[in-house]
Design a protein around this ligand. Sequence first.
Ligand code: 5AD
Ligand code: SF4
Length: 437
Amino acid sequence: MNVYDSTRMQDALESDGYTPTPDLEDADLVLLNTCHIREKAAEKVYSNLGRIRQLKNKRAETARPLMVGVTGCVAQAEGEEIIRREKAVDLVVGPQTYHNLPAIVARAKAAGPQVETEYSVEDKFEHMPLATNKQVRSRGATAFLTVQEGCDKFCTFCVVPYTRGAEVSRPQSQIMEEAKSLVSAGVREITLLGQNVNAWHGTGPAGTEMQLGELLSDLSKIDGLRRLRYVTSHPQDMDDGLIAAHRDNDCLMPYLHLPVQSGSDKILKAMNRSHTAREYLDIIEKVRTVRPDIAISGDMIVGFPGETEEDFQATMDIVQQTNYAQCYSFKYSMRPGTPGAEMDNQVDEAVKNDRLARLKALLDQQQLAFNKSCVGKTIEVLLEKPGRNAQQLIGRSPWLQSVVVPAHCGQIGDLVTVVVTQNNANSLLAQPVGASS
Ligand code: 5AD
Ligand code: SF4
């Protein structure tokens, strides 16, 4: 989501004459687009700001003073506090007001530090200009597209409902327009984004509410669009229409990111997850029945308040039973303002570290086994970017693995048929067979 938001901010600022630079020293404006989901991510912002302050001081007396902004969920959550804590910051802008960015930058230049953390997601979507063809072309064959924002689930560990606000779905027509403009500029794979993407329930052309499965079906009819993905989902919103889309929609890639967080029903309840471990496993089974080759991915948290060794074993069990192709695992991180932070049965840091290491070892083993199972298979790869040398490109398999293929730069954006020859822990190697399309 932050990658997508950063590109949209870039698009908005380009109309004001800004262009992106990879070199910090070369910048007139530095925006830190931030994440508040875990404490470590939020703390990184301040250490980065310290570094940027030195550059700002150096430039203070020159003809090119440096402007510094903090955007994203840390900006939303901490607001003015950021300017109090770090004087180098000129603007603090929450995720709902990026369309106003050029005006906010101008105000900060003229009148000093600005804080904008107003909430109005509808506005943001309406006023965000579509990326121009030139902007999209420079970005390649794959693109993100936000279809909903915010979350009403209120998992007790999570800040998202507070930083991104209530669930808002974009209307189908807006999404179709953005998707068509991406495809006409050369995009062949679109990943639909949302904090709770499968809760999407936007208004359709007939004025009635649609569900994600139907939206995926409409999108798959866009000429030239070859692949669709969506991330990230909640088990409660995995309805039959969406499951059927995994059977019926050829564009929809056989990959599902469906976090469960824990395997213990006691912890799931304390997390306010609204489903049990059994219900999660039943959904996985349903999806696998309609799409046997689907790769399952997820998120796990260890050390949520009250988690005993027995609860942790239940997490290891659900991982065994799900057999993930890939899964993220996190130590529980106390987030101010969430119910979890108020719980008095916090787990010791050393215990969290130990559990995380054991869980990671199991997940690594599953990922390696999945990658190994691909060797010898003939698959399609969408070539995305240059590899380590001029003779290779890196693409994605249907299951989102990175695949290294001998190819030349002119083939970026091609879908090629390859046979997988070798696997690593995190990627595959392959040789082309047949013609590309
Ligand atoms: N501590 C640890 N992990 C968290 N996540 C969200 N909030 C927290 C937290 N407070 C994880 C969840 C979620 C992913 C995006 O981040 O697993 O699915
Ligand atoms: Fe956070 Fe996801 Fe739970 Fe929403 S469903 S509160 S975004 S973890």
